[in-house]
Design a protein around this ligand. Structure first.
Ligand SMILES: *Cc1c(COP(=O)(O)O)cnc(C)c1O
Length: 338
């Protein structure tokens, strides 16, 4: 398996650090917890989409695109990283933003990732929720093509076999770090949404016979749907890499018990996770993805699913810039001194 066969724009800050979280480990009294800092990939506050975009944007350049287009929820981290990458490459960028949360909060609609989209020069267009957004995007792309633009469209979350190569690469990178430091790991845990992160990781882990179980904590879809999405994308990614069949259905595990009311709606467990990571480890999570991933991770430690004597890696997928769109979700329990 040789990733150098695929075009790539090297823009991410790699390798991302792998750090031990001593204070969080002590607080929970369970396994030894490590964190893989994919919140530090660079590109306008970083996050997991940067790795995928290295391969997607390279494909856009090879195809001679002069603009890229993608779609996501209003506070999409993927949209913001795409806008930043496009700025760096000198490409135009148009983003379709779906109103998945029906929020009329001003910061939610204009601050955080939305502010950054616009700072990077992207144009945005709002859509109500419930539409087939990848189909809407093709319609909008035709509009731009009719004006003579060479448009490269990127699916939501950058989740297709090209984007997933970024997380095959992350699996290789993480294994290298673990092997170099003689760290035997029992589990890897992360937030899973549009499926590309988990699909790429499991493909890389299986192709190298790493034998480390991977758990995705869902942020939107129910378990059966989430696992099916990840499995289908992992199969297609393995096929692209010439190792078809390397991922089996049983390798794809998602726990979707921590979604709460729905996508983009903060949960109590998520808010607790944000406070714990911030106060104990000086690490920022976001309410939409990484906090729900961490909430599931913390709860599973409390339930004894991850045990003392084990070593677990939490992959931090980023998202902290969304915090500034979600300030209304925080109540500082009397700790706020005015
Ligand atoms: C997109 C995103 C995820 C989910 O990754 P997928 O590849 O879409 O499953 C997790 N965390 C953050 C912060 C994200 O922006």
């Amino acid at each position: 398996m040789h990733l150098a066969r695929y075009p790539r724009e090297f823009l991410a800050h790699l390798p991302t650090p792998l750090e031990r979280m001593d204070r969080l480990s002590a607080e929970l009294g369970g396994p030894e917890i490590w964190i893989k800092r994919d919140d530090c990939t660079g590109l306008s506050t970083g996050g997991n989409k940067t790795r995928k975009l290295e391969f997607l944007m390279a494909e856009a350049m090879v195809q001679g695109a002069d603009m890229v287009m993608t779609q996501g929820a209003t506070q999409s981290n993927h949209a913001r990283q795409t806008a930043a990458f496009a700025a760096k490459l000198g490409l135009g960028c148009h983003i379709l933003l779906e109103d998945r949360t029906h929020s009329n909060n001003d910061n939610y609609n204009n601050n955080g990732n939305v502010l950054l989209d616009h700072l990077h020069g992207a144009t945005t267009e709002k859509f109500p929720d419930g539409l087939d957004m990848n189909a809407e995007m093709e319609t909008v792309a035709e509009r731009f093509r009719a004006e003579g633009k060479k448009v490269y469209t990127i699916p939501g979350g950058g989740s297709n076999p090209t984007g997933a190569l970024g997380y095959v690469n992350c699996a290789f990178e993480l294994l290298g770090q673990l092997n170099d430091r003689a760290l035997k790991v029992d589990h890897i845990v992360h937030a899973t949404g549009s499926a590309g992160t988990q699909a790429g990781l499991i493909t890389g882990l299986k192709a190298t016979n790493a034998n480390i179980p991977l758990l995705g904590i869902g942020v939107r879809a129910p378990k059966a749907k989430q696992e099916e999405n990840v499995f289908n994308l992992a199969k297609a990614t393995a096929e692209k890499l010439g190792c078809a069949g390397v991922v089996e259905r049983k390798d794809v595990v998602a726990n979707t018990d921590y979604v709460g009311e729905g996508y983009g709606m903060p949960t109590e467990g998520g808010m607790e996770a944000i406070a714990m990571f911030a106060e104990l480890e000086a690490i920022l999570l976001d309410p939409v993805y990484s906090a729900k991933g961490a909430a599931g991770f913390i709860d599973l430690i409390r339930q004894g699913h991850f045990k003392k004597g084990e070593r677990v890696v939490f992959l931090h997928t980023g998202g902290a810039s969304a915090l500034f769109g979600y300030d209304a979700a925080f109540d500082f329990n009397g700790r706020w001194v005015s």
